[in-house]
Design a protein around this ligand. Sequence first.
Ligand SMILES: Cc1cc2nc3c(=O)[nH]c(=O)nc-3n(C[C@H](O)[C@H](O)[C@H](O)COP(=O)(O)OP(=O)(O)OC[C@H]3O[C@@H](n4cnc5c(N)ncnc54)[C@H](O)[C@@H]3O)c2cc1C
Ligand code: FES
Ligand code: FES
Length: 1337
Amino acid sequence: MAASSELLFYINGKKIVEKNADPEEVLLSYLRRKVGLTGTKSACGGGGCGACTVMVSRYDHNQETVIHYTVTACLQPLVTLHGAAVVTVEGIGSTKTKLHPVQERIAKAHGSQCGFCTPGMVMSMYTLLRNKPQPNMEDIREALAGNLCRCTGYRPIIDGFKTFCDSQSSGCCQNGTGGGKCCRENGHDDSSESDISEELFLHDNFLPLDPTQDLIFPPELMIRAKQGSGEVLCFRGERVTLLAPSDLLQLLELKFQHPEAPLILGNTTIGPKLLVKGQISPLLIYAGRVSELSRVEWSKDGLTIGAGNSLSRLKGEMQKAVQRTEEEQNMGYKALLQALQCLAGKQIRNMATVGGNIMSANPKYDLCSVLAALDSTLKLCSKDGTRTVPLDDKVFPAFGKTILRPDEVLLSLHVPFSKPGEYVAAFRQAQRRELAFSIVNAGMKVTLQRDSNTIQSLRIFYGGVGPTLVTPALTCQRFVGWSWGEDLLSEACSSLTEEVRVSASIPGGKHEYRKTLVLSFFYKFYMYVTEEMRKRGVSDAGLPAEYLSALTPFKNEVPQGTQSFQLVSHSQPSTDPVGRPSMHCSGVEQATGEAKYYDDLPPVHGELFVHMVTSSRAHARIINIDSSQALQMPGVVTFISATDVPGSNQRLWFNTVEEIFAEKEVLCVGQIIGALVAESRERARRAAARIQVTYEDLQPVILTIQDAIKHDSYFEPKRKIERGDVDTALEMAEHILEDEIYMGGQEHFYMETQGLIAVPRGESDEMDLYVGTQHAAFTQELVSQALGISSNKITCHVKRLGGGFGGKIMKIAALSAVTAVAAHKTGKAVRCCLDRGDDMLITSGRHPFLGQYKVGYNSDGTIVAADITYYSNGGCTLDESAFIMDKALLHMDNAYRIPHLRGRGMVCRTHLPSYTAFRGFGGPQGLMVIESVLHEVAVRSGLSPKKVREVNMYQGDLCYTHHMQAFCPTDMLRCWDQCLQRSGYESRLQDVQLFNSQNRWKKRGIAVLPQKFGVGFSKGFFNQGAALVNIYKDGSVLVFHGGTEMGQGIHTKALQVASRVLKVPMSSIFIKETCTGNVPNASPSAASFGTDAVGMAVKDACEKLMRRLKPVMEKSPKNSWKQWVNEAYFEKISLSATGFFMGPPTYVDWEKGEGNAYYYFTFGACCSEVEIDCLTGDHKNIRTDIVMDVGKSINPALDIGQVEGGFVQGLGLYTIEELHFSPDGTLLTRGASQYKIPALCDVPTELNVHLLANAQNPHAIYMSKGIGEPPLFFGSTLFFAIKSAIAAARSDGGLSTVFPLSSPATAARIRMACEDQFTHMASTSTEKASSPWSIDV
Ligand SMILES: Cc1cc2nc3c(=O)[nH]c(=O)nc-3n(C[C@H](O)[C@H](O)[C@H](O)COP(=O)(O)OP(=O)(O)OC[C@H]3O[C@@H](n4cnc5c(N)ncnc54)[C@H](O)[C@@H]3O)c2cc1C
Ligand code: FES
Ligand code: FES
């Protein structure tokens, strides 16, 4: 074998020569840990989120040019970068030198909230501009489709980037085509409201894009590339060696010598396997340098493309071919393009190769089904020669297996032109339209005899219905000679039903849905061919007009819309920033990658790493923990468990106890049993896998709400709230409705996973924690209890969080305790950084809920009585579940006055990881149930849901909620009216009805909802805020407060408040961090109460300082701020003040079921329209209008950001985000590949947000209102719009419009609810699962 080689490449223009590059190392960890470039973030580790996007440039021999493309650094093996130049976010601009326009614009357009996704977004856009300095909107959409953001809702990111588009000068959104309307066509005109603005940032002072400033491709690399090296490179690591031949002969020789060594190209299949399954091969052969694999040849037969070409290159070639060739020739290419369009995101398509996609032999990959239908062939090559084989099901004998001999490689793929008489189509349906593996994909081709409708041949291939590519060979054979027509359709469907069997235990589940897609896709193909035949003049019989829309797949478009808010009054001084749309105070640092998150902090000398060891059983006794094997592994320092906790192993939370380490018994899969401490995170992870735990299983194992009801397994307290005489009113009601709705849980999926660094100070037991927590005081308290050290020695520092959403309140405290115990035991700094899978497994998320209701209503839609029982799945410990249930009950009235209302709340005790706080905190579940009630009453009484909502809405100046809290609904009603008007609801409802009458397989729905949401903690003592403000002699001001910055902009708002009171510019005021040493005992940043508490406290502290400065100011009124401060110093006036806010005494007396639970209510209304594809279950969010009452906004840009971001998170909750648990209680969805949060393609094409003008709120800081949580619930408008659309489809099929639909309304649920002949054929022909793949918990 060749000697070890040097790795030579460039990072940000700097040459790097690595002598001992490890083949296991990926670019991301190298950048972050070895080079110290922490701007590139790690969020999923599997290529599924784009946070780690960087640009790679290479000289391409075949194209004879330098190419620039994005990659996900988490999947890019370092050693494959030999000869490449890497550019990271730090390489394009900085605050110290000059910002790059991309960095500037995303920040100024408010496109960065928590900032964790921002560097990745910046690099995707930067690379696009490198390749195309004047992109169009489609280019931007495509460039960003592989980047996820959990905070912003994407719209502001697009707004910032679209300023690079050519037509931006016209200010037009360019979205006039397709389903979306142009921004110029919005249904309202605010020009009459002179104090309403739609300008959240100024467009006219941007830095110009100057491509001459970009880093050039290093000449040295260019020369080396042109010379070529000719030698095999060899990189040896501790466990893996990688050989990189430079030409085909070397490759084949190596494959001959080492047939067992897998080939690696883009690493997008091999990399995630390593990550998830820990599968490694001691020897790898990297074929990325073999130029013979990257050839592209066009001949008269079609395209021959080298297996080493990227999917982006394949897509580019297809696009060119479609433009250059006749329709008859390029039909197949169009179908292939269709498959490539939604395949992964741009970065993955840049890395992934054609050969890798095929040879992975994974049926959920999209290409094989369509390539097989197209009669493609594979050229295989070995030392013995080449052979050509047809690409069909026979190439794949089993999952992950091909017919290639071990010494063979795939050299190229040939895709022929289409021929006359051929009709081809490709189909896929995924959980999310982009950046998601298909559930089922298909490629179909029929060849008809010349100028007739007689079938000459039929090729059908499916992926996602079995372990390999499936072809219904008998069906295809049987219909040769048949005429293309109705008879064929019905016979073929029966035949497919018989032949394509989908096992009930198929990984990924949904076997009936998959079977339905098999038939639906064929039906679509049938319609497509029929229509094409008509177009080609082969047949007269086209499709009925109402079927045609079924043939057009939904187009992914760029979200656009207007965001409007009331300007501050003319009399407000221009220096006063309150009420103005100020940029997030760290926006620029976030966009340059300079902003530091906990894992960006440089290593502390001698630092160790901790990896959690978790239970693999849902309910069991721990018999033994054997760490002996793990402790013998290199680099392992120690294993810790309950016995190592010097203080208390119990986390106490309102008298409920939870163990930090499970001691005797485990209560769920994922519970922390111990932790492995080692010298590196990789070693810790590997060693943790060697800890052997012996269990004795215990009974019962309760996983679902239904199980808990059966076993009477509940936590205390069981709540009840009641108003009026429900039973009598039910008896008197004209109609009774009894039903239920189930709502699944939700994963926080903050982009930054949980973690911290615990640093023992080596003196007096002091310990500092640099931690991503929303509740620093609780983390401090728990660590202090675990270590048995008083709180004054434990200091928590929180710089910022990469998103929190409620998930970083409770669990992070336990993780901190574990890490602190490790630091205490070893005396070393210890870092904990959960990888995405562990984060999802251990920390859990939003509670699943079941709402069962009995409702009495009259024929006019008035609800006279409702009796609702809420069951939540609380998991194995109480955590915050009881408070979350309280909030659900306290929101069960939403905007409606239901005179007789009873709610019961039962938190189920199950053997799942304990559910916890999540934005909305039970509100979204409580509201969902009552809105379902309203919706169902409307459906059953034949009234419009809008009318039923209006009939029941609170009216008047003074109303009382069901918990007897007084409030005035006027602003809620104003939001409602304005939302109806701005959305043009009435006329669009008619449009929807018209559309539905004209389309059989596509249906639309529109829904409008009001909202009343309580702000503040119902546990009154939490409603407090504190701050510390220091003024220094140079006039600069340092503010500390108890809130944590997690993207919501709390620091920016605090600066605005301080600036107003102190009358100094925001630029002179700084917030360094949240620190328990400066502001003690702070409440969590939660309950939409952060700004209320912090703002008031900062105001209080600043006012104190101003009172102290007043005499000095009055003495020399003309002096400057700095002079006053100096003067005060010399007069011995304290320039440091604390501020405190004692919030309202909120409470609920649960005995009486009443009390002022909230400080005040935030109101709003939302209208959404969707379109569904009844045959696949796909849906498209067409338009959403939100009117939100945030009082007098302190910062409209941040508030609108919260509204849009919350709404999009809610859209995920109610329509796409689905967690799966195995029947034994193991979370199956543990990563970005399995769990889908909304991507750019999910945002409504038109998203309009208006902040209610002339709104006031006497209760909170400067008349503003809390806004973090309420908008999330508006995502449910899409659920109800979908439900209406499904009802329209059912109605066409003569089915009842009363039907169950659980949340989220996923593609599978939509499709199966649109019952038709295909769903019936599928469900009658599929076996029932003896043990389903996953269960609804
Ligand atoms: C986040 C993410 C999203 C994705 N989404 C989709 C999607 O929506 N649709 C879809 O179809 N795919 C999707 N993929 C899969 C992706 O398309 C494949 O991983 C990729 O095509 C594999 O190519 P590669 O070059 O990275 O292969 P590698 O990972 O390098 O190799 C994969 C396998 O192929 C073998 N191999 C590679 N080249 C050859 C060759 N020339 N001869 C013989 N064997 C070879 C390797 O030995 C290995 O076994 C996604 C992947 C990721 C990470
Ligand atoms: S961290 Fe690399 S794509 Fe998510
Ligand atoms: S700003 Fe995008 S993830 Fe937070």
